[in-house]
Design a protein around this ligand. Structure first.
Ligand code: TGC
Ligand code: FAD
Length: 388
């Protein structure tokens, strides 16, 4: 596929290594040829195209940052570029890669036993087993410390009770990483979704993320063997360690959605004639396109800076919050501005812009809302904790 119109001007790819470019181009080619032609219809019909999963797995995108266990062991920057290209077609497909790789596989890779890793990760990398990640609860996702789902050890059996909400992929997943409160704080469990007492129901009525699945989960006396626990995770730093991975992917991904909106606006501005000339020839339109391009280019440069820090092992939590907050906020602004340039046609599915805008509203809320990230940054700046 052609380079994006915005990328051509700035040549961001000049900053990438040959291997990083290769991942980006592979992902762009896949997303543009396999997903783009069907995504508008899938979004309209609320269809999660599960049949694409083996093809995505073949590309090596699932758990691609993990070393060993059948995973690609690619750099953080390469993974980010794949997230950008997937989200350039639809946030729902970047979310699929995030939930499977950054959340479910990361939990097992970071905190699992060798036996758990050897059993689950190679199958998950091949897309033969799908994972989901159950942290959020119905009473308020921003504060997972107030967790009401419990896990109690009865003899050598763990018994889980509680509820989770908004859990991506749960109705199609084979396993769920469930975070639950125990006598010794929050612990993680690998729960096969066919365990009696585990019930997932897809959330209907979504006006965003319609080509992907999110679910309610009820856990009623779900009985698990002692070895279902993830031994390496104790306390909230366990799930938060996985969120860091997914938030990192979003820093890049949201810029993909922004790029798609910007490209649509640039193309249209050259074709659409009003007052006898192309709307792209009006100074106000050019100023809008220039400002959108500035934020897109600043966003990808920030993502690259954060990616280089992640690869160097120097990335800190406030930096992840800076990236997630900025990328999603600016991508939404770019989408809104692109919509104005498309005029009335911009509210139809003829262009991808309203779909991206709706999806980005969900991305803005998940993996820490704007306010949560502002407060994480504020805490780092002042040393004062707004949460307690
Ligand atoms: P706090 O007291 O700050 O910390 C408790 C313990 O956790 C450690 N910690 C972290 N560790 C690793 N990474 C992080 N980002 C961490 N943040 C905190 C901390 O050091 C402490 O460890 P220890 O050993 O001393 O106990 O916790 P708090 O209760 O005050 O919470 C702070 C706050 C508000 C930032 C946190 O609750 C938060 O991030 N809330 C937002 C929840 C959230 O983002 N949920 C996302 C659910 S998953 C999802 O949305 C998937 S969307 C699909 C997709 O990704 O595509
Ligand atoms: P609430 O926590 O109720 O927050 C409501 C509002 O109050 C927000 O604006 C928030 O910023 C504000 N607020 C809360 N506390 C403060 C404060 N201290 N100061 C200022 N403002 C505050 N979760 C999972 O575990 N797994 C998944 O796979 C998953 N996938 C998701 C996919 C989608 C499409 C969506 C929409 C959500 C997903 N989530 C998932 C859940 C997501 O993480 C939560 O929606 C998010 O953490 C916010 O929780 P909430 O929706 O309950 O909002």
């Amino acid at each position: 596929p052609d380079l994006s119109l915005a990328d051509e001007v700035f040549d961001f790819h000049a900053l990438l290594s040959p291997e990083e470019k290769e991942w980006a181009m592979k992902a762009r080619d896949f997303a543009q040829t396999q997903i783009r032609p069907v995504i508008e219809d899938d979004f309209d019909k609320k269809y999660f195209r599960k049949e694409l999963i083996p093809l995505i797995a073949q590309q090596g995108f699932l758990g691609m940052h993990i070393k060993g266990y059948g995973c690609a062991g690619a750099s953080a920057v390469s993974y980010g570029l794949v997230c950008l290209e997937m989200e350039a077609v639809d946030s729902g497909w970047r979310t699929f890669v995030s939930v499977q790789g950054s959340l479910a596989m990361s939990a097992i890779s970071k905190y699992g036993t060798e036996e758990q890793k050897n059993y689950w990760l190679p199958q998950m990398a091949k897309g033969e087993k799908l994972g989901c990640f159950g942290l959020t609860e119905p009473h308020g996702g921003s504060d997972p410390a107030n967790m009401k789902t419990t896990a109690v050890l009865e003899g050598d059996t763990w018994v889980l009770n509680g509820a989770k909400r908004w859990i991506g992929l749960a109705t199609v997943a084979d396993l769920c990483i469930v975070w639950a409160m125990t006598d010794e704080g929050v612990r993680g469990f690998i729960v096969p979704t066919d365990t009696p007492g585990f019930v997932a129901t897809a959330i209907d009525g979504k006006l965003a993320m319609r080509a992907s699945i999110q679910c309610d989960i009820e856990l009623t006396d779900v009985r698990l063997p002692a070895d279902a626990i993830l031994p390496g995770a104790q306390g909230l730093s366990g799930p938060f360690g996985c969120l860091n991975e997914a938030r990192y992917g979003i820093i890049w991904g949201a810029m993909g959605a922004a790029r798609a909106c910007l490209d649509a606006a640039i193309s249209r501005s050259k074709e659409r004639e009003v007052f006898g000339k192309a709307i792209g020839s009006f100074q106000i339109t050019q100023a809008k396109l220039a400002d959108m391009t500035l934020e897109y280019e600043k966003g990808v440069l920030l993502a690259l800076h954060i990616g280089r820090q992640k690869d160097a092992g120097t990335l800190n939590l406030a930096q992840i919050s800076v990236g997630k907050l900025n990328s999603v906020r600016e991508a939404l602004k770019i989408a809104r501005e692109a919509r104005t340039i498309l005029g009335g046609d911009g509210i139809t599915g003829e262009f991808p812009v309203m779909r991206h805008m709706a999806n980005l509203e969900a991305v803005r809320t998940y993996e820490g809302t704007d306010e949560i990230h502002q407060l994480v940054i504020g805490r780092a700046l002042t040393g004062l904790n707004a949460f307690s």
